[in-house]
Design a protein around this ligand. Structure first.
Ligand SMILES: *Cc1c(COP(=O)(O)O)cnc(C)c1O
Length: 379
């Protein structure tokens, strides 16, 4: 039986050729010609005021908190059911992450939960496009406007998804993307910050480069201007090598998305009617980027045993994503029951752009058999 991995990054000859060009150019570091070209492409794709290529999405979220002026002790409401990068970013600036529970049907942050958590100390909201499915931005933006809060879109998993016809990555004043190898389009590690306000983008670009402008640009200037370090910055630049890979990946994005969507549709067909699990729900006003495919197992199905059976059949699986509030690092006393329940019952099964239809069928067959084997009868 061939191995069916949970994830597989689609990187090939075209990406290698793009990397070879960067090698030949002599500028492999960040903020050079390839990085600038990626930024220009992202700015155009999202109709943004500015786009900044960064080392990863965690860095983008950190810079978003700085650019939006989050101060120690401020409260930022974060979606709970996610890779907990948003809460980390809030903590980087010594602010307080306040965890908002999620919708049971989509796993995205519940606008009502967000509204209920606003206090006089709240300065903003970080919504997450959960494993590729955009959150409810119309409702979230209304809450943000009503209380004069910022809204950040963590679109780490959602490159290529849409909400009410607009692309994920353009659904809030600041959006953060990830190009990590587990996401739908990847340069290994990488990310970007997309902003409607060009000044936010300029701030992030400078802070991503130790607080000064592009070293590549300095090399083009005639004379000897010596930039001064006026502020404390970080090194969060994306290398031009990675930027070259990403430019190719974005050209191939439609092909990847079509493939993932076809796999998702086939899983839904094959697993329909299985009462021991639920397949993902995609509301009619949005599309999913399918970074992951998570099924929710029925109460009483032994998830660990199901994963073991999948592994025995050479099929990768994963718990899905995290309930943030229960992670010890955050020492939160909050409860988010829906998120905790999804964290306990969801199971990620193989999803990537190189999965074949026959592999998809084998996964569905093994999964269906496993959930039936490991279900305790309901009392
Ligand atoms: C993967 C992920 C991140 C982190 O992305 P990196 O590029 O690895 O830093 C942030 N937020 C969400 C929702 C993610 O899924």
């Amino acid at each position: 039986m061939d191995k069916i991995p949970l994830t597989h990054a689609s990187l090939g000859e075209r990406e290698l050729a793009a990397v070879a060009e960067v090698f030949a150019s002599g500028w492999p570091a960040g903020q050079g010609p390839s990085g600038k070209a990626l930024e220009a492409g992202l700015q155009e794709r999202y109709g943004a005021g500015g786009a900044v290529a960064l080392s990863n999405c965690g860095a983008a979220l950190h810079l978003a908190m700085l650019a939006l002026g989050v101060k120690p002790g401020d409260e930022v409401i974060v979606a709970d059911y996610t890779f907990p990068a948003p809460a980390h970013a809030v903590r980087y600036v010594d602010a307080v992450p306040v965890f908002a529970d999620v919708r049971a049907d989509t796993g995205t942050v519940d606008p009502q939960a967000v509204a209920a958590l606003v206090t006089p100390r709240t300065v903003g909201i970080i919504a997450v496009d959960t494993v590729g499915l955009p959150a409810d931005y119309t409702e979230l933006q209304a809450i943000a406007d009503r209380h004069q809060l910022f809204l950040v879109e963590d679109a780490a998993c959602a490159v290529g998804a849409t909400y009410q016809g607009r692309p994920a990555g353009s659904l809030a004043e600041v959006a953060c993307l990830s190009f990590h190898g587990r996401k739908g389009a990847s340069s290994g590690e990488g990310g970007a910050l997309i902003a409607t306000d060009p000044q936010i983008a300029a701030f992030a670009r400078r802070r991503a480069s130790f607080g000064i402008g592009s070293i590549f640009d300095q090399g083009q200037v005639i004379g000897l201007p010596i930039p001064e370090f006026l502020e404390i910055g970080y090194n969060y630049k994306l290398s031009d090598i990675a930027a070259a890979i990403m430019r190719v990946q974005l050209e191939r994005l439609e092909e990847f998305l079509d493939h993932r969507a076809a796999i998702a549709a086939r899983y839904a067909e094959l697993l329909a009617g299985e009462e021991l699990l639920t397949v993902p729900h995609v509301p009619a006003d949005r599309t999913h980027a399918w970074q992951s495919y998570m099924v929710t197992l029925a109460e009483g199905v032994d998830r660990g045993a199901v994963a073991t059976d999948l592994r025995a059949a050479n099929i990768g699986s994963f718990h899905g994503t995290w309930a943030s509030h229960v992670q010890p690092a955050f020492e939160s006393k909050q409860v988010c029951p829906v998120s905790a329940d999804l964290f306990r019952r969801n199971l990620g099964i193989p999803m990537h752009a190189e999965l074949t239809m026959s592999q998809t069928e084998r996964v569905a067959e093994v999964l269906r058999k496993a959930v039936r084997t490991h279900a305790t009868p309901r009392t």
